[in-house]
Design a protein around this ligand. Structure first.
Ligand code: APR
Length: 250
């Protein structure tokens, strides 16, 4: 593992534009279950019944059962060492953007300021009838939360069957086309179109560093350095090695 960490640190130090693409796995150590690991959210809730826009329109009260359960978990979650580590790398000028599939706001709370939220953000709710937007916190006690026009409110996160926020998609692809290094952390990389980002960066000559507790379909195809283990521990080791290398060069 030490050799992999050193190799990954060298890639980061040689890169003029480094991105991180993160998924639910980076927040598991903060107490938020991921989706597809054993015991993950989709083993409890069928995503097509609870996370598609059709399901929400058909039975919003039912979908809000899952959303409220997720809210309790996310509400108690704190950033972990992986979030703080990426914030550190940004401060060191060694990571320029985080593109996240997560909607838990933990990157921002962990010190990252350049965060592209590919699947939206759960801190606001919108009315499907009239488009009015509300702060999620202001509607915590309503079940399900309703707009003043009586329409049921939906979190501003991307459900299956909904479009990706245009600015997030455009910005991500633009960055992926010129990145020199990509950290892929805690994602199974099975959901599109976000899962095309690793191949876009690879096709443009970038080096791919993958951090995951298990191998994915990327590992034996486009990953250059696979660092197996928990995101918190691995990212911390990586940041320490980058800091050591920077110290050596000064
Ligand atoms: N450290 C590192 N990796 C981890 C950890 C951990 N502590 N825990 C889990 N993982 C890995 C798993 O091995 C898996 O590869 O994180 C990945 C999580 O994969 P998914 O559960 O599929 O989550 P994600 O890739 O973010 O899903 C993408 O699917 O359901 C939609 O919108 C949802 O944004 C989500 C998208």
């Amino acid at each position: 593992m030490k050799e992999g960490i050193e190799q990954a640190a060298r890639i980061i130090l040689d890169s003029k534009l480094t991105l991180a693409l993160t998924g639910a796995g980076i927040s598991v150590e903060s107490g938020i279950p991921d989706f597809r690991s054993a015991g993950g959210l989709w083993s409890k809730f069928d995503p097509m019944e609870y996370a598609s826009i059709e399901a929400f329109r058909a039975n919003p009260e039912k979908v809000w059962e899952m959303l409220r359960e997720m809210e309790h978990v996310v509400g108690r979650a704190e950033p972990n060492a992986a979030h703080f580590g990426l914030g550190e790398l940004e401060k060191m000028g060694r990571l320029q953007y985080v593109i996240t599939q997560n909607v838990d706001n933990l990157h921002q709370r962990g010190g990252s300021s350049n965060v592209i939220e590919y699947h939206g953000n759960a801190s606001t709710l919108s009315c499907l009838s009239c488009g009015n937007q509300y702060e999620s916190d202001k509607k915590k006690d309503d079940y399900p939360p309703r707009c003043r026009c009586e329409g049921i409110l939906k979190p501003d996160v991307v459900f299956f069957g909904e479009a990706i926020p245009q600015d997030a998609m455009n910005r991500s692809f633009q960055l992926a086309s010129s990145a020199e290094a990509l950290l892929v952390i805690g994602t199974s990389a099975v959901v599109s179109p976000v899962n095309t980002i690793p191949s876009i960066t690879k096709n443009n000559g970038a080096k791919i560093i993958e951090i995951n507790k298990e191998r994915t379909h990327l590992t034996d195809t486009i990953t250059d350095v696979f660092l197996e283990g928990g995101a918190g521990d691995i990212v911390s080791q990586l940041v320490e090695e980058v800091r050591r290398e920077v110290g050596r060069k000064e």
